[in-house]
Ligand binder design. Structure first.
Ligand SMILES: Cc1cc2nc3c(=O)[nH]c(=O)nc-3n(C[C@H](O)[C@H](O)[C@H](O)COP(=O)(O)O)c2cc1C
Length: 339
């Protein structure tokens, strides 16, 4: 089988230049391990776990694979269970050798990963932020475009962002946002990236922690079915995110898009977490397996790549298809060239 190897593979110790993005509490040890086993980078989003959970889920994932499993730490102090420094300490204590940072300045944090002998990635939303991340020591940067699912840290779409970031830095660049298949990986490589970082595509896998109805909603959505909004602000206020246009979003639009405090169903408990804690209508908790109640009311984080995510398939198949289809896409473009 044809392979694709880029400098990202060397930097991370992986076989193919694909990263399973941190997808919050939907990034389970099973998902990260399956992706790592397929030769790509699996990731656990650690910001929504406490110290014990971080150590347990990292051990759980790495017990299932000899591949590489990364830990993601969100640096915005308003997000997450632990302050970012404590979250990172727990990740390093757990043995994470690849750590990705997002939603904040990685200065100071990258150094701690290096001191532990690890590799650090930083998510950026502009060429300037990419230069700053590399100045802070980042070994690779993740250029997240505006079409991405989940919380979004850029105002620029990937097509315009990737060449700018690739020209700005001399470390591997990973394309995040809009990639659901091998054509997306091939396009990202053509735009100067060294790999692709897929979130929404991996939500629709049986190994993800997404509730069955959330997976089905993502795989059934079109590219026009998402909203870029700051609506689901309970738990992490002020950070724009991209979600499917669910009933909660539509009702808020019909009400004239009122501010926080005046929205339809404000403060209403719509569901309970697997631990039995109440979840309010505008909380940032996505519908994960085990959530009880009105699952459809919760934020269905998904990118425009939901359009190209048209079935629930296992993570290994996703990785294999992305590689094979990227090779085919490159061949097809090559066949158009005459010298
Ligand atoms: C359900 C979900 C949860 C996410 N949680 C995180 C997170 O915890 N940390 C992070 O850096 N990015 C998070 N993201 C953003 C992804 O890392 C990534 O940038 C995005 O999914 C890429 O766009 P795509 O969805 O089109 O593949 C999340 C995305 C989704 C869809």
């Amino acid at each position: 089988m044809a392979r694709i190897e880029t400098p990202l593979c060397d930097a991370l110790g992986i076989d193919c230049p694909i990263v399973q993005a941190p997808i919050g509490s939907a990034s389970t040890p099973e998902l990260a391990a399956a992706v790592a086993d397929a030769g790509a980078l699996g990731t656990l989003a650690m910001s929504w776990r406490d110290g014990d959970e971080i150590r347990e889920c990292y051990a759980d994932a790495t017990a299932q694979t000899d591949g590489v499993v990364a830990a993601n730490v969100v640096l915005d102090e308003d997000a997450g269970v632990l302050p970012p420094g404590e979250c990172l300490a727990a990740c390093l204590d757990a043995g994470a050798e690849v750590v990705s940072f997002s939603f904040g300045d990685p200065e100071g944090y990258v150094e701690r990963v290096h001191e532990a002998g690890g590799t650090a990635l930083a998510t950026v939303g502009s060429a300037e932020a990419a230069r700053e991340a590399v100045a802070a020591g980042a070994d690779a940067v993740v250029a997240q475009g505006w079409e991405a699912g989940g919380h979004v840290q850029s105002d620029v779409a990937s097509m315009a962002l990737l060449p700018r970031v690739a020209d700005a830095v001399d470390v591997p660049v990973v394309a995040a946002g809009g990639v659901s298949d091998g054509r997306g990986l091939a396009a990202a490589l053509a735009l100067g990236a060294d790999g692709a970082w897929l979130g929404t595509r991996f939500v629709a896998t049986p190994e993800s922690g997404a509730h069955e109805r959330y997976r089905e909603a993502v795989s059934g959505a079109d590219e026009t079915d998402t909203a870029y909004t700051d609506l689901f602000d309970g738990g992490w206020p002020g950070q724009p995110h991209r979600v499917l246009e669910t009933e909660t979003v539509e009702r808020w639009r019909e009400a004239g898009e009122p501010d926080t405090g005046e929205r339809p169903g404000e403060g209403e408990t719509v569901a309970r977490t697997p631990d039995g804690d109440p979840v309010e209508r505008y909380d940032d908790l996505p519908p994960v397996a085990g959530v009880d109640g009105d699952v459809s009311a919760l934020p269905h984080y998904a990118g425009q790549s939901a359009g190209g995510t048209d079935e629930v398939v296992d993570a290994e198949t996703v990785v294999e298809r992305v590689v094979a289809d990227a090779v085919a896409a490159v061949d097809e473009v090559g066949s158009l060239v005459s010298l």
